[in-house]
Structure formats: structure tokens, C-alpha cells
Design a protein around this ligand. Sequence first.
Ligand code: C2E
Ligand code: MG
Ligand code: MG
Length: 256
Amino acid sequence: MLTTREAVAAALHRDEFRLVYQPIVELSSGKTVGLEALVRWAHPELGEVGPVNFIQDFERSGAIEDLGVWVTKRAMAEAAEWHRAARERGRDLYLSVNVSGYELQQLAYSVSLVTMCDDFQHRCQDLRVEVIESEFDLGGDDVKANLATLRREQIKVVIDDFGTGASTVERFIEVDADALKLDRSLIADIETAPERAEIISAVASAARLAGLEVVAEGIERTSQLEVLLAAGCTYGQGYLFSRPVPASSVPSILDR
Ligand code: C2E
Ligand code: MG
Ligand code: MG
């Protein structure tokens, strides 16, 4: 019987993982400003499996570290051409990868990320790491050291799923993050729950004051978009703009 870490190593060896990308857009113009890489597992017996079904298990076993390295390298390799094309047109484009608290707790994490940027000639300032809000609680010295290195190297830090944990303004000041992603659950019924819109508006102004970008996740309807724009939310992503797509479909999204 293989351990999870061995099974993941074997799956990586058989090339069973792949990435899909979802655009992050400027809400006022619909222009794509970034791409978030999301992992999928083409499991030989189970078919395509989404990350919610395996990330936690991978975290418990440490296998997430191996997967995280693969995700980052693959994303940088696939994105190289998109970044080159964007620069040619004088446009900014960033790549966002999801990182688990487990990885952020490994002291070597940030340094190895910088090395990968070097190896793939990916500009550090065009890289963002998304960490789920509650995982900053793991906050020992290694997490702090990693965050400090990322900041020094201009790699941006995003607080993901904001609004699901003990969300506080103190958190984004303490983490010194660059962006805040409002969780899908916060905006799900935003049109019919005026108090939600007010909360979002307040969070957006607080975030702006602290120098953070605000990205709303899971936008599916034009009516949500309208409320978000009125609430002062600048960026967003969701099925309304695009579902996560394979790498081969990214150029057509960037051309839109
Ligand atoms: P996340 O980072 O918050 O990603 C957003 C999730 O919402 C994605 O699910 C995306 O497919 C989905 N989504 C996007 N727009 C919409 C929408 O309009 N409506 C709805 N209903 N859903 C939408 P996915 O791909 O299943 O990923 C789930 C979570 O798994 C991610 O949440 C992230 O926390 C984690 N994850 C994904 N890839 C990685 C990875 O490479 N490493 C790590 N550590 N975690 C990952
Ligand atoms: Mg994310
Ligand atoms: Mg999220």
C-alpha cells in the first residue's frame, strides 16, 4: 500500500495533473488583468477530480509540497508565452497560484519560489500567491519569514476566501497583503440582501485604505456585478466572465 505522498509522486510521474486557468478581470472594463491557476487530477479510476477532494489529504501527508512545486513550474511554463504577448502589447498580466498553509510553513518555500521565477524567467512582480485566510493563523516564525521574503522580492500576497474565517481588518494589516479575495459565499445573494452589499462596501473601503486590491470571487450574474461595482469593488472573477479553461483556451480570452 502506497502512502499518499508516494501515490502523488507516482501520479506526478504519470503526468496525471493538469491546470486550468480562470481570468481575473477589472470589473469596470472586463479586461483580464490576471490568471489564476487551478489544479485538476485526471485520476485513472475516478476520472477528473477537483482540488477540494484531495488538497486536505495532500496537506496532511506533506504531498502538497510536491504538488505545489509542480503547479508553480507548470503554470510558469504555460504562462511564459502569454506574458510575452502581454508585454508586447504594453499590458500587465499576473499569474496567481494557490498555496497551502503547509507550504507557507516550510522555511525554504519563498526562496524556492524565487528560484523558480529565475529558472522560468517569470518576473516576481507578476506572481501572486493566494493563501486562504485562516491559514495565516498558522503564523509561526517561518510563515513570517516567508512572507517577508515574498514582500522583499515583490511577489504579491493574496488573502483568499476572505469572509469565511475570523475576518478582521487587523488581519490584512498584520499580513501586509496586496489583495483580498471576497469569498463567493459573501456575494452569492448580494442583490437580495442589502446588508451584504453594505458589508462588502465597508470591507472594500477598509481594504483600499490599507492599500489592498479587492477581488470578488464567484460572480455569476450581471446583477451581482452591478452591486459590486456600486460597492466599490474593483476586480472580480467568476462564471459570468469565464469558467476556468485549459491552457489552450487562454490566448482567446486574452484577445477579448
Ligand atoms: P479558490 O482558490 O477560492 O478558487 C476558486 C474556486 O471557485 C475554484 O474551484 C473555481 O473553479 C470556482 N469558481 C470560480 N468561479 C466560480 C463561479 O462563478 N461560481 C462557482 N460556483 N464557482 C466558481 P476549484 O477549482 O474547485 O478549486 C477549489 C479550491 O481548491 C480553490 O479555491 C483553492 O483553495 C484550492 N486549489 C485549487 N488549486 C490549488 C493548488 O494548485 N494548490 C492548492 N494548495 N490549492 C488549490
Ligand atoms: Mg484562489
Ligand atoms: Mg477563494
